[in-house]
Design a protein around this ligand. Structure first.
Ligand code: NAD
Length: 295
């Protein structure tokens, strides 16, 4: 059976490291790192994510600046909020929880976030630099960075490996592929227009599954001994659960673990790492700002 990569435990050890770093930063500079978490509207899933992010901030000692705006907030008001946070010296990172309501121009809001505070790493300039050889973005998006951090901390070499990413979204598939290329893997992306994705996935030493399709990837898609990182979080109905559903990944875990060498569970794999990387990016941002202002 595959070795389980325990994302929850790895994320917890990262949070312990961050807590110590934050104590040192506070002692040296007299202020804690700050993360603004902006949520618009009442979407239940978004509220859960935001609550988890704010709680994680409190656990490590990051000040979370909470901005809760109503569903009908105007484009101009939301833009003003972002500009105020850009100008606020106690804010090191700005996170606008997506998706935004339809009447808001999401791209315009994300573009307005200062690239120096773009801890989600979604600003086109940060994404552009992630894609360019010899350039370093100020921030790498949290879920992709969580995936590669899981590999690194499990002692898995990325360079020279054949990686296949399933999915090409702006928030996971595309940036994780760019990051793996930067780390010297040979990368193929398969997506919903790819004929026979299973034959391509089967060539991978490292599979990153980010299709948002419950248990799409079966055991016979996987090369024996491969590393499987499952980003998917798909609700499927389950009457035995209190909420009436459970969350499964994009990989058929029970089957795949008989073939893979390493595998992440869902939940407890990539999810906790996404939050840990958000905290990491916020602390890095604070360090960059504080060391500049004291130079
Ligand atoms: P998305 O819907 O924006 O993109 C899905 C991608 O998968 C698309 O590029 C599509 O072309 C591709 N795809 C769909 N069906 C496919 C198929 N049958 N074969 C090959 N490719 C296929 O989704 P997303 O925002 O990238 O998220 C992907 C999954 O990851 C979702 O389940 C989401 O909930 C989850 N997610 C988890 C975290 C986390 O922290 N754990 C963070 C972000 C997203």
């Amino acid at each position: 059976l595959a070795t389980i990569i325990d994302g929850k435990a790895i994320a917890q050890s990262i949070q312990r490291e961050l807590k110590e770093e934050i104590e040192q930063i506070t002692a040296a500079y007299g202020r804690v790192p700050g993360l603004a978490v902006v949520i618009v509207g009442e979407r239940k899933d978004s509220q859960t994510y935001v609550r988890m992010k704010r709680k994680a901030c409190a656990e490590v000692g990051i000040k979370s600046i909470n901005v809760d705006l109503p569903e009908n907030v105007s484009q101009a008001e939301l833009l003003d909020t972002v500009l105020e946070l850009n100008a606020d010296p106690t804010v090191d990172g700005i996170l606008v929880q997506l998706p935004l309501p339809k009447h808001v121009h999401e791209e315009m809001i994300l573009n307005a976030i200062s690239i120096e505070k773009d801890v989600d790493g979604f600003h086109p300039l940060n994404i552009g630099k992630l894609s360019m050889k010899g350039r370093e973005p100020l921030f790498v998006p949290c879920t992709p960075k969580g995936c590669t951090e899981l590999l690194v901390r499990s002692g898995i070499t990325i360079a020279k490996k054949r990686a296949v990413v399933v999915g090409r979204s702006n928030i996971v598939g595309m940036p994780v592929a760019m990051l793996l290329i930067k780390l010297d893997a040979t990368v193929t992306i398969v997506h919903s227009h790819t004929p026979n994705p299973e034959s391509i996935v089967k060539e991978a030493d490292i599979v990153i599954a980010a299709a948002g399709q419950a248990q799409l990837i079966k055991a016979d898609w996987i090369k024996p001994g491969a590393v499987v990182i499952d980003v998917g979080t798909n609700p499927v109905s389950d009457s035995s659960k209190k909420l009436g559903y459970k969350i499964v990944g994009d990989v058929h875990f029970e089957e795949a673990r008989k073939v893979a060498g390493w595998i992440t569970p869902v939940p407890g794999g990539v999810g906790p790492m996404t939050i840990a990387m958000l905290l990491r990016n916020t602390v890095d941002s604070a360090k960059r700002t504080l060391s500049k202002s004291s130079a």
